[in-house]
Ligand binder design. Structure first.
Ligand code: NDP
Ligand code: 2IT
Length: 443
């Protein structure tokens, strides 16, 4: 049996209850087949794939807090420090009721290669909780974040492990987490990214994932003789990534026709009124159904999803496995030319294969959405030198990083005879750097 199949089988035996983690490891390892086969003996002797697929450590903890009625509640907290071969552990925290160890492990595993692709010195990690901030009062969020950090602070540090945001963790949560860290440790340090601008945050970090997604998409289209100008763009999600993806798409001359949240989706043929979405989601923390109420030209539906609408470019920006085979069939039928992933693993393996087989340009998450973590790394740099760069300076660096990620993926794919397969290219380019570092450092 090949080394890859052996490792995949072992993972299947060890973690049958972790479907998302198995999905992510299978997707990455399968696409690395040519590289691994070329070094089979060396990698096997060094147990390289076992070392890559088993986290350095997993921290699981209880998070007790008191709700507004005086009831004590308990949630589960996680931090999976996956790999620090090329830099301190780095990756977001997700607060959502469906969070499991499997989800945190899949995200942490993906983060290793994504962070490597940025070209910046950051390792891979992820954390979070099954606590859902939706519907909670500000005081409840504060109580939860303080309790979460009261345990997490022991394991993190500016040169050790630097968490940030993800689903359910935005500026408010990072502020409360940072405040508690500072209160316990008594130091100001770059231990979290996505901080507010008044206490060490970086300009552009809020916009970075969405903007980066569009810089990547723009480069992918350009290299294939296409552009975003006048294109109809379908976006899913209405959170941090989706909102700034929509903003940049509009700035680049595209028309954003859909957005969604976990209860429904809107379709606006002549383009979504983004400022209205921002008021509903960023200020009121409301539902997209409110958009339809004030925009008679829009349709709002709870059934189905945004991929049923004809579009040229599809940008899934909500959550894992939100674009399946049925959706891919529809996108191809409707003439979609490109899919780029703003969310992590939003496209199922079957859908991804179908899209690529039908000539749809495919920008995989760990390349296309790396702008967020790349700008986090720029925030770490600014914290280290105790300086703040201008918006233009950070935005220019972000653009350069996204263009360079596209070319790394493109060249790696070409080198292994898979020209145009940016999925394999991104995995290979991300993997090669981490593999070199692991081998160089021994065990
Ligand atoms: P937010 O919490 O800001 O927004 C998430 C959006 O997705 C919301 O509109 C939410 O709906 C919707 N959503 C979440 N879970 C589900 C679900 N299970 N089913 C349907 N809709 C859902 O998160 P982000 O925008 O930060 O993250 C979105 C994606 O991007 C995630 O996959 C994340 O891992 C990835 N990502 C984020 C980065 C970042 O810097 N923030 C960087 C790279 C990737 P509702 O409003 O109803 O909750
Ligand atoms: O998935 C991701 O890359 C993020 N949620 C951002 C992580 C970070 O450390 O900025």
């Amino acid at each position: 049996m090949s080394y890859i199949d052996e490792v995949l089988e072992k993972l299947q035996q060890n973690y049958p209850e972790q479907p998302e983690f198995l999905q992510a490891t299978r997707e990455v390892l399968t696409s690395l087949r040519k590289v691994i086969t070329a070094h089979e003996e060396e990698y096997r002797r060094n147990a390289l794939l076992e070392r890559l697929t088993e986290p350095d450590r997993q921290i699981l903890f209880r998070v007790p807090w008191v709700d507004d009625s005086g009831q004590m509640r308990v949630n589960r907290g996680y931090r999976v420090q996956f790999n620090n071969a090329i830099g301190p552990y780095k990756g977001g925290l997700r607060f959502r009721d469906n969070v499991t160890l499997s989800i945190i492990k899949f995200l942490g595993f993906e983060q290793i290669f994504k962070n490597s692709l940025t070209g910046l010195p950051i390792g891979g990690a992820k954390g979070g909780s099954d606590f859902d901030p939706k519907g909670k009062s500000d005081r409840e969020i504060l109580a939860f974040c303080q309790s979460f950090m009261t345990e997490l602070y022991k394991y993190i540090g500016a040169d050790e492990d630097v968490p940030a945001g993800d689903i359910g963790v935005g500026a408010r949560e990072i502020g409360y987490l940072y405040g508690q860290y500072k209160r316990i440790q008594g130091i100001h340090t770059g231990v979290l990214t996505g901080k507010g601008l008044s206490y060490g945050g970086s300009l552009v970090r809020t916009e970075a994932t969405g903007y980066g997604l569009l810089y990547f998409t723009q480069e992918m289209l350009k290299q294939n003789g296409l552009s975003l100008e006048g294109k109809r763009v379908a976006i899913s999600g209405a959170g941090n990534v989706a909102i700034y993806a929509a903003q940049k798409a509009i700035q680049l001359g595209a028309v954003v026709v859909t957005m969604s949240d976990s209860t429904g989706w809107i379709y606006e043929e002549n383009g979504i009124d983004l400022p209205a979405v921002r008021v509903i989601k960023e200020e009121k923390r409301g539902r997209l159904s409110e958009y339809a109420a004030s925009h008679p030209s829009a349709s709002y539906q709870e059934k189905g999803n945004v991929w049923s609408v004809p579009c040229d470019v599809a940008l899934p920006c909500a959550t894992q496995n939100e674009l399946g085979l049925e959706d891919a069939l529809l996108l191809v039928k409707n003439g979609c030319i490109a899919v780029a992933e703003g969310a992590n693993m939003p496209t199922t393996a079957e859908a991804t294969s179908y899209l690529m087989e039908h000539g749809v340009l495919f920008g995989p998450a760990k390349a296309a959405n790396a702008g967020g973590v790349a700008t986090s790394a720029l925030e770490m740099t600014q914290n280290s030198e105790r300086l703040s760069w201008s918006f233009e300076e950070v935005d220019t660096k972000l653009q350069e990083i996204m263009v360079s990620i596209f070319h790394k993926a493109e060249e790696a794919a070409k080198k292994y005879g898979m020209a145009g397969n940016y999925l394999a290219g991104a995995n290979i380019a991300g993997f090669e750097k981490v593999a070199q570092a692991l081998l160089a450092q021994g065990i």
